[in-house]
Ligand binder design. Structure first.
Ligand code: ZN
Length: 146
């Protein structure tokens, strides 16, 4: 069985999608821990030393998960500042005349929200999409890699 060589010190926290990477690691450790516990209990009647080792590995895995969740679950003001500012846009559409307008995301925006009055007719514009601003250079790079 392959084991992940993640033991020892926790990986350095990077600003790039740190929470997502943590989540993947937590899931991997969780699966490995569950597998270890399962193997431990399964082999308990035959080989108790191996069983204890498996159970210990499983328990350590869950302890690591608890530690990571505890650390990641409470973002301090410092980690908040590390999050890169992402430009978010809101697309508004008028259901009456199909006028479409894109503006900067504002606090309180949500999809299907009855937003501002249409500038072309007497209808009300509805938020149809909330999305990230496309970075043309990033897009080029991604296409290049693919
Ligand atoms: Zn309209």
């Amino acid at each position: 069985m392959k084991t992940n060589s993640q033991g020892g010190s926790p990986p350095p926290v990077t600003s790039i999608n740190a929470s997502r990477v943590n989540l993947v690691i937590i899931v991997i450790i969780g699966i490995l821990s569950l597998a270890s516990l399962y193997l431990g209990f399964k082999s308990f009647t035959e080989d108790q030393i191996t069983a204890y080792i498996y159970i210990l590995i499983g328990a350590l895995g869950f302890a690591a998960i608890g530690y990571m969740l505890f650390r990641g679950g409470r973002p301090s003001s410092q980690t908040k500042q590390d999050i890169p500012q992402v430009d978010i846009l809101t697309t508004l559409e008028c259901p009456k005349c199909n006028l479409r307008r894109v503006r900067e995301f504002k606090k309180g925006d949500y999809i299907f929200k009855n937003d501002e009055a249409c500038t072309r007719c007497d209808g009300n514009m509805i938020i149809s999409r909330i999305h990230k601003k496309k970075d043309p250079e990033k897009e080029k790079k991604q296409n290049f890699i693919e």
